[in-house]
Design a protein around this ligand. Sequence first.
Ligand SMILES: [Zn+2]
Length: 266
Amino acid sequence: MFRGENTILHLKPAPLNSGISFVRVDLPGRPRIPAHVHSLANNYRRIFLKHNDAEVECIEHLMASLAGLGIDNIEIEINGREVPAGDGSAQFFVDILKKAGTVDLGGTKRVFVVKNSITVESGNANIMAVPYEKGLSLSYTLDFQGSFLQQQTFDIEFTEESFCKEIAPARTFGLSTFIEEFRQLGLGKGVTDDNSIIVHKDGTMTKPHSMKPAELRFPNELVRHKILDLIGDLYLANVVIQGRIVATRSGHSLNARLAEKIVNLA
Ligand SMILES: [Zn+2]
């Protein structure tokens, strides 16, 4: 999505308790990068994974798909540093993972039960995790504080079915003000008219290149995408969360900080 590299992914079965890992097949020694908060690095509002000198980025939509489908052991071979953007949502990954199918390896899922509330915050963004008996519930409030769009909140009881139907198809978006910045950094080359939405200051939404009006998959596609990112980032804790997560204005770095806290408490 960012560099527009053409990479190929091979999603391969992995044994019980081996977890989720990326293998950079293009680098000498085929280094393995665990998809875990311990491998986290960040740079320019994005997070990426780094283990020794090997890096992989744009992992969040794939991670969300794995979380959504309950996949906890998989080896992902990749021949470059950037996971393909696909259609800018998790739909692309959900479709191929469903087609390949999953196998129950026995074992028990690692579950993190939120027993006491946990908060992470940064500036005017925050996330709270509170106890919730019925499973995982997520809420996200998108709030540009007066510019771009009106405040939107989306709330979902997380199940494989609700994830696939309500969250997975929601595509990524960018604010018009950041797009220029990104282009100047040489990023954003993988952005196409079909895989992302640009939000302009007056609240209009267009395709990024042709500037034609964006055709939204849901009227509130953007806030749903923020939940998709949250699910993907939290899955770097490699656990199933039982709790209610309430996020306001959070992005990848703050989401990942909550994942780190969860790992430290687990
Ligand atoms: Zn995203």
